[in-house]
Design a protein around this ligand. Structure first.
Ligand SMILES: *[C@@H]1O[C@H](CO)[C@@H](O)[C@H](O)[C@H]1NC(C)=O
Length: 132
């Protein structure tokens, strides 16, 4: 009798774990270049959010990108600001994965020998960040 109960319990656990197919993970990206590498599965809907607002979407025939999204491609998204973003992948109506990318501020150059391009880029990063 006890075995039967255990069997029922195991089946229940198996069902619950197979329902929770959503995988959530988090990663980081550098605000020095504002590129988030992500290989989009174009047979699914890939929806990008920032501050709980949708900023971009890419799927087979859809492609949209709004500030702070600057450019979206098959394998990456380029941002126009140092903000946290997340991407939700929905395949045949079921949310499959969610990846959150935490923005890592670009450290200021430590010495003056840096090309000015790099300096002004990182300055841009931090000025923009303080605007938020
Ligand atoms: C990004 O998220 C982390 C963790 O939630 C938070 O500490 C940080 O302030 C956020 N950064 C920005 C730029 O919003």
């Amino acid at each position: 009798m006890g075995h039967r109960l255990i069997l029922v319990a195991l089946i229940a656990i198996g069902l619950v774990s197979s329902w929770s197919v959503v995988q959530e993970r988090s990663s980081e990206f550098s605000c020095c270049n504002l590129i988030v590498s992500y290989l989009h599965d174009l047979s699914c809907e890939n929806i990008w959010n920032s501050n709980e607002m949708s900023i971009a979407e890419i799927s087979g025939d859809t492609r949209s990108c709004e500030y702070p999204c600057k450019e979206i491609e098959h394998d990456r998204m380029i941002l126009d600001g140092c903000v946290n973003v997340s991407v939700v992948t929905v395949c045949s109506g079921i949310k499959e994965t969610q990846v959150t990318y935490l923005a890592q501020m670009c450290p200021l150059p430590l010495y003056n020998g840096m090309p000015t391009g790099i300096q002004s880029k990182s300055l841009l990063c931090c000025l923009k960040k303080s605007d938020f």
